[in-house]
Design a protein around this ligand. Sequence first.
Ligand code: AP5
Length: 182
Amino acid sequence: MNNRLLFLGPPGAGKGTQAIRLCDSKDLMHLSTGDLLRAEVAAGTEFGLEAAAVMNRGELVSDSLVLGIVQRKLINQSKGWLLDGFPRNLAQAKALNPLLEKIKQPIQAVILLEIDDELLVRRLLSRGRDDDNEPVIRNRLEVYKEKTAPLVNHYQDKGLLRAIKADGTIDEVAERIEQIIS
Ligand code: AP5
C-alpha cells in the first residue's frame, strides 16, 4: 500500500474529510496545514494573529511560516503520512523535495480530488467556518486556480498524479481513493 500521500484539490473538495478517515483506518499521520494554522489562531499566538487575517481573506499564508510548521512535523516521523493542503504552490512543492530527500521518504502518490465549482461553493456555505462566506470562498477558489492548480502538471510530470471524481457521497469518494492507494 502507498503510505506517503498528498491530497490536492480545491477548497471544499473533501480533502480534510477523506484525510481524517484514511489516516484513521491506515494509521497515517494527517498533516493539514490549514488545521495547524487554525490551532495557532485559536491559541492566539503572534503567528496565529498574523495568519488569521490572511486566512480570513482567503489568501495564502507566507511560504516560510508554513514550511517551518511542515518541517517540524515531518522530521523524525517514522510512520506513513498524508499531506492535506500542502504544498499550495510551486515554491512550497520545490521546498518540500529536499526535505523529503533528506528523510528518505519520497511521495508515493498525489491524489487529485476533482469537483465542480458550484458544488464546492454549496458545500462550504453549509459548513460555515470563519472563511466560508461566499466572497472569501470565491477568492480561495481563484487562489487555488492561480497558485495551486499548477501543481497538477508538476506532479503529473513526475508520474505521481492520480485523479478521482470528488462528487457523490463521502463513502463513494473514500472507495475511489481506496482503489488508488491499495
Ligand atoms: P485549508 O484548511 O487547507 O482549507 P481549504 O483548502 O480551503 O480546504 P477546505 O477545508 O475548505 O476543504 P476540503 O477540501 O478540506 O474539504 P472538507 O473535507 O473540509 O486552508 C485554509 C486557509 O489556510 C487557506 O485559505 C490559507 O489561508 C491557509 N493555508 C492552509 N494551508 C496553507 C499552505 N500550505 N500555504 C499557505 N497558506 C495555507 O469538506 C468541506 C465541506 O464539505 C465539509 O462541510 C464536509 O463535511 C463536506 N463534504 C466533504 N465531502 C463531502 C461529500 N462527499 N458529500 C457532501 N459533503 C461533503
